[in-house]
Design a protein around this ligand. Structure first.
Ligand SMILES: NC(=O)c1ccc[n+]([C@@H]2O[C@H](COP(=O)([O-])OP(=O)(O)OC[C@H]3O[C@@H](n4cnc5c(N)ncnc54)[C@H](O)[C@@H]3O)[C@@H](O)[C@H]2O)c1
Length: 363
């Protein structure tokens, strides 16, 4: 197939691009940045276009018309940005993404749209007036694609603009499907983790995803900051599992994914953010330190102090993956500890390489 992949040089996009090339597809990849796909740029089946999709001159219609399938991963996908530039998050994640979807509608192309598990919001069990017998029962934190209700915070908690923009896009795709027979598949990722997940922060202004903060703290011996005590829980999903599931959706055998929404995640990998920090310290000491050394302390900071005004969070989210199991025969293979260790190994190796090359530069 000829596949137009937008956001191809992001975390998920770079791994997916690699897989698509391995499987023999021709990939036209679009992204603002290039670093995460730099190693594939010479591949004969890859055409890379470094492009800001917000600029009017790019040939969206021509590229969509020429493709057999369009995969859209472009988004601001980082909580620090939802707090700092909520309008830009809305414009990119809804308005610009809608243009891509409408080009697919115009040219009759199938679209795989990356959405988010954040559409589900909070759990009903977390509400102040919740009446549940056992709030710890995983059933209260488990979300299903076609039946779960969505619970988001008030407008003043502007973190939810990301979730709303993605949700609105999903609803518009659904409406195009109903009214015009548009063929789409929506993916809701649940906290993928793996090499290239994010940059390590270089300055106080940089707010990457939580793994990168903790990794940076370990590498530089600074405190590991837990927002609001790190009680929120997440199901971390290794990128290889995620790409395997996504690839089955690309294949779409017998049209099984047409107009479907899929959760992709590892329900058995649930941990609190505090447990994640503690596990990273353990792994770092056991696997990556040549000799025993003091490890960074773990400290709690208020969410609004760390992220700024408007902060809020999902308390817990566990994917129900019955649909992916049933329709795609997919099963996640990676447990949390192995996924974390493989991701950490990548960053430790990269940081050693950087140290060697800057030492060589200075010498
Ligand atoms: N990683 C996860 O666990 C996760 C969870 C939920 C949802 N998602 C969704 O999956 C998709 C991919 O996520 P990711 O983790 O790879 O994020 P990412 O930030 O690594 O990738 C997004 C890519 O889009 C590109 N991009 C942004 N603005 C652009 C523009 N104006 N023009 C061209 N390119 C632009 C970025 O350069 C980046 O490479 C996003 O839609 C995200 O919302 C991811």
């Amino acid at each position: 197939m000829k596949i137009l992949t937008l956001g191809a040089a992001g975390f998920i996009g770079s791994h997916l691009t690699h897989r698509l090339l391995q499987e023999g597809h021709a990939v036209v990849a679009v992204d603002l940045t290039i670093e995460k796909v730099a190693e594939y740029l010479d591949h004969p089946n890859l055409t890379f276009l470094q492009q800001d999709i917000r600029r009017p001159e790019w040939d969206l219609d021509g590229l969509a018309q020429d493709a057999d399938l369009v995969i859209d991963l472009i988004a601001y996908a980082n909580p620090g940005l939802y707090l700092r530039i909520p309008l830009e998050v809305f414009r990119l994640n809804f308005t610009e993404n809608l243009k891509i979807a409408e080009a697919c509608v115009r040219h009759g192309k199938r679209l795989i749209q990356f959405s988010t598990c954040e559409v589900y919001g909070r759990t009903a069990a977390s509400l102040p007036n919740a009446r549940v017998a056992d709030p710890e029962d995983p059933i209260h934190g488990t979300f299903s694609e076609d039946t779960s209700e969505y619970i988001l915070g008030p407008v003043s908690k502007h973190r939810w603009i990301y979730s709303c923009a993605k949700q609105l896009l999903e609803r518009v795709l659904h409406a195009y499907g109903l009214e015009q027979g548009f063929n789409y598949t929506i993916i809701r990722p649940f906290n993928f983790i793996g090499p290239k997940i994010d940059f390590l922060p270089q300055s106080k202004q940089d707010i990457p995803r939580v793994f990168s903060f903790f990794m940076d703290a370990l590498l530089n011996g600074t405190p590991m900051k837990l927002v609001n005590g790190g009680v929120s829980r997440r199901c971390y999903t290794y990128i290889d599992d995620a790409v395997e599931c996504t690839y089955r959706i690309v294949q779409n055998s017998g049209g099984i994914c047409d107009r479907q929404i899929f959760n992709i995640g590892s329900p058995d990998n649930e941990v609190s953010i505090r447990q994640m920090a503690e596990t990273m310290r353990e792994i770092y000491a056991a696997q990556f330190l040549d000799e025993p050394a003091p490890l960074p302390e773990i400290v709690s900071v208020p969410g609004e102090e760390f992220y700024g005004e408007g902060y809020d969070d999902s308390d817990r989210r566990i994917p129900n993956i019955a649909k992916a199991r049933r329709l795609l025969g997919w099963e996640p293979r990676w447990n949390f500890r192995d996924a974390l260790e493989a991701t950490m190994r990548y960053y430790v190796t990269e940081s050693q390489k950087n140290r060697v090359s800057s030492a060589a530069g200075n010498g």
